[in-house]
Design a binder for this molecule. Structure first.
Ligand code: PFF
Length: 466
């Protein structure tokens, strides 16, 4: 059977942007921005996207396009059997991410439906507390999953490509309209000020925390580290500039994220609600409360949660596809069987997260960040020290002049600089999770030791393989 490919370049780009733009931009980003000093966070976040996110994204896409396989098959085909385990890390990261993601997707679905009747207007806090976890949440999670299954089942070009080609422009137009409308709200100026004015003193005092949060968010929002972009890039049929594609994906993703902030912050401030009241429910409670006080509140709620639903769905599809691609490529199953099997798996793991708030928080807050960071760290070390020159060749295939010139800096970033940075955030993050406070110099020392050791090991293996 021939392997699926995207029909058009635009189709791939929109699918990848659909993967990137999701709850990360709309739900996680404002919440992190609010708790990490507003524009101070925004600034570091954009920097990390440019310096870490884009080269990392390219590092992941290089592996996918070179191998034209799923993560496990890709590492096996390019590096030899023992590397397949690295692909296993990506599969695991996918399971972690989608297990909580589809629970939030279920919340969004429920809020979309509830907007029509205005069910959450009277008591936003009470409404969220009543629906967040439990059997109802598991039910809506299952419905969200069903929608994901339907698109993936239809195939790469006729399902994912077609759906995201409609969804992504829809997201841009609707969010653009909401942002313009937000300008007209009385009191919105305060929201812009919070969002866009830089508090240098805050940034100086909390630099490391803000940096680690920004790094985790940058990977999450670009869908990097779980093999989703690797898998999408494996369906690219022809050689064209990955650097150009990666840059377009990152620019659109960041643009839509910033746009979402331009909707959310004015809305909250115009109603005197502080966006800093943390927790995953903050956005739901405060926005739902905000909608209640607006004219045409039901329409506003329906449009807003409807757009968020589209964004969440187009991201969930890409994570789901990682596991389907693995089963189709490696286990010789049909797409329909693979889709059913993966759907069954997520029905179980997602229901677990929908029934247990502590499991949900563990996955969403910490494990997801760590899994994506570890995944990307593995991908990049593989690019740099197993593929080596082949990675650079693949990067250059189809690249324009500017991208070619950037080839060598990209290679060194991927082989050395980014692994050091990722290892550093991984160690700091692990320290926090395990309750062992790690100082900056300690984390840096462990990162340098670890990465240098890994590189030495990889080089030895490469020598012995020749
Ligand atoms: N990028 C998605 C978002 O911002 O919502 C989340 C995501 C999708 C993370 C795919 C990881 C992934 F592989």
């Amino acid at each position: 059977m021939t392997r699926a490919t995207w029909r058009t370049r635009l189709g791939f780009l929109l699918a990848a942007v659909g993967s990137a733009v999701g709850l990360g931009n709309i739900w996680r980003f404002p919440w992190l921005t609010a708790t990490n000093g507003g524009a101070a966070f925004l600034l570091l976040y954009v920097l990390v996207i440019v310096l870490v996110g884009v080269p990392g994204l390219l590092g992941e896409m290089v592996i996918g396009r070179r191998s034209r396989r799923n993560p496990v098959g890709a590492f096996g085909a390019l590096g030899g059997r023992r590397w397949r385990a690295l692909g296993g890390v990506a599969l695991l990261a996918s399971v972690v991410v989608l297990s909580f993601y589809s629970v939030v997707g279920g919340w969004i679905l429920r809020y979309t439906v509830a907007s029509a009747s205005g069910a959450y207007f009277a008591d936003p806090q009470g409404y969220f507390a009543a629906i967040d976890f439990g059997v109802g949440a598991a039910g809506f999670h299952a419905l969200f999953l069903l929608a994901t299954v339907a698109v993936v089942y239809a195939g790469v070009d006729r399902g994912i490509e077609l759906a995201t080609t409609v969804m992504v422009p829809g997201i841009v137009v609707l969010f653009g309209a909401l942002a313009l409308w937000a300008v007209t709200l009385p009191g919105s100026a305060e929201g812009y000020e919070f969002y866009l004015s830089l508090d240098v003193a805050y940034l100086r005092a909390n630099f490391l925390d803000v940096l680690v949060a920004a790094a985790g968010q940058a990977l999450f929002t670009l869908s990097v580290g779980a093999g989703a972009m690797l898998t999408y890039a494996s369906y690219i049929g022809e050689d064209r500039s990955l650097a150009a594609d990666g840059t377009i994906i990152a620019v659109l993703n960041t643009g839509i994220g910033v746009l979402a902030g331009l909707v959310i912050f004015p809305l909250l401030f115009s109603l005197g609600i502080s966006p800093g009241q943390g927790g995953p429910g903050a956005l739901f409670v405060s926005l739902a409360g905000a909608f209640a006080d607006l004219p045409y509140s039901r329409v506003v709620g329906l449009v807003f949660f409807g757009v968020v639903l589209l964004a969440a769905l187009s991201s969930a599809i890409s994570i789901f596809e990682v596991l389907v691609a693995y089963l189709v490529d490696e286990r010789d199953t049909t797409r329909s069987r693979a889709t059913a099997g993966v759907g069954g798996l997520f029905l179980v793991t997602g229901s677990g997260a929908a029934l247990s708030p502590s499991l949900f928080t563990l996955l969403a807050d910490t494990v997801a960040n760590l899994a994506l960071t570890a995944g990307l760290l593995g991908f990049l070390l593989f690019d740099g020290w197993v593929l080596g020159k082949a990675a650079l060749d693949e990067y250059r295939n189809g690249a324009g002049r500017l991208a070619r010139i950037m080839g060598l800096p990209w290679y060194y970033a991927v082989a050395v600089v980014l692994p050091l940075f990722l290892a550093f955030t991984l160690v700091s993050g692990l320290g926090t999770v395990l309750g062992v406070p790690v100082t900056t110099p300690q984390a840096a020392a462990v990162a340098v030791f670890g990465v240098v050791g890994a590189i030495a090991l990889l080089r030895r293996q490469a020598d012995s393989a020749v």
